[in-house]
Design a protein around this ligand. Structure first.
Ligand SMILES: [Zn+2]
Length: 250
């Protein structure tokens, strides 16, 4: 039997039979992975550590025909502060949900791992959660997944974008595009300069945004753009899976 170690966070749990659980795990080593924990509901289970809410855990895994099985579990760091109040719990749930929806199985991604860890560190230690937190997380997750929503080059042709000309946003390319490309892109729409500079700040600063004094309209426009972009790439991920399943079946 082959053994290996996975370090990361439990994104989602689902009960299987009476005592077992299937856990969707985000790991440094293999990205998103599904593993089976046997007998975890028994009070004597030594695997309970794996299910400590919001914690960085280290799992020993054995390969098996049905699904990799957890053979030992150890909590490395427990983020109990993220469970201190309901808004924070809701935010943690949203982060995990976004990673679940936007990533493919078994593809390691160091940038996503680092983003998750720094975000939980921030939620653990901050006095209050800024309203911009989720928008910034969404933006950084898109970047970690290989998209560059805010960039000085066109997301389609790669040419430099001049800030003096009208700016365009493409839902298809999930980012800013140049004027020439915008003419052939049905999803293109003009983008206000304040929205671009606001997104730029969310991208570059830490997770503390208390000094950002943009207009509410700018903030909600930026938020909406990213929600749509995110929705788009999740659908693509889903479609490519369906496509793969269909072509394997035929
Ligand atoms: Zn272009």
């Amino acid at each position: 039997m082959r053994y290996r170690t996975l370090t990361g966070f439990v994104l989602k749990r689902a009960a299987l039979r009476e005592a077992d659980e299937v856990v969707t795990f985000w790991s440094w080593e293999e990205g998103k992975a599904r593993v089976l924990i046997r007998g975890v509901k028994k009070s004597t289970s030594r695997l309970k550590a794996a299910l400590t809410p919001v914690s960085l855990v280290c799992l020993q895994i054995a390969s098996s025909e049905f699904m990799p099985v957890v053979t030992s579990a150890r909590a490395v760091k427990i983020y109990s502060g993220t469970l201190a109040d309901l808004p924070r719990v809701a935010v943690v749930f949203s982060l995990f949900e976004m990673v679940l929806r936007s990533t493919a199985d078994n593809q390691a991604n160091v940038s996503v791992s680092i983003l998750l860890r720094t975000s939980l560190d921030y939620l653990e230690n901050s006095l209050a959660v800024d309203r911009e937190f989720l928008t910034a997380f969404r933006l950084r997750l898109l970047s970690a997944l290989g998209y560059q929503p805010v960039s000085s080059t066109c997301a389609q042709c790669g040419r430099k974008i001049s800030a003096k000309r009208p700016l365009f946003w493409s839902s298809i390319f999930v980012g800013m595009i140049c004027g020439a490309c915008s003419r052939f892109d049905a999803s293109a729409r003009t983008l206000d300069l304040p929205v671009v500079s606001y997104l730029d700040k969310l991208k570059s600063e830490s997770f503390s945004f208390s000094l950002l004094a943009e207009a509410e309209q700018t903030k909600s426009q930026a938020e909406q753009l990213l929600i749509e972009a995110f929705q788009n790439i999740c659908e693509r991920e889903l479609n490519s899976k369906n496509f793969l399943a269909a072509s394997l079946a035929s």
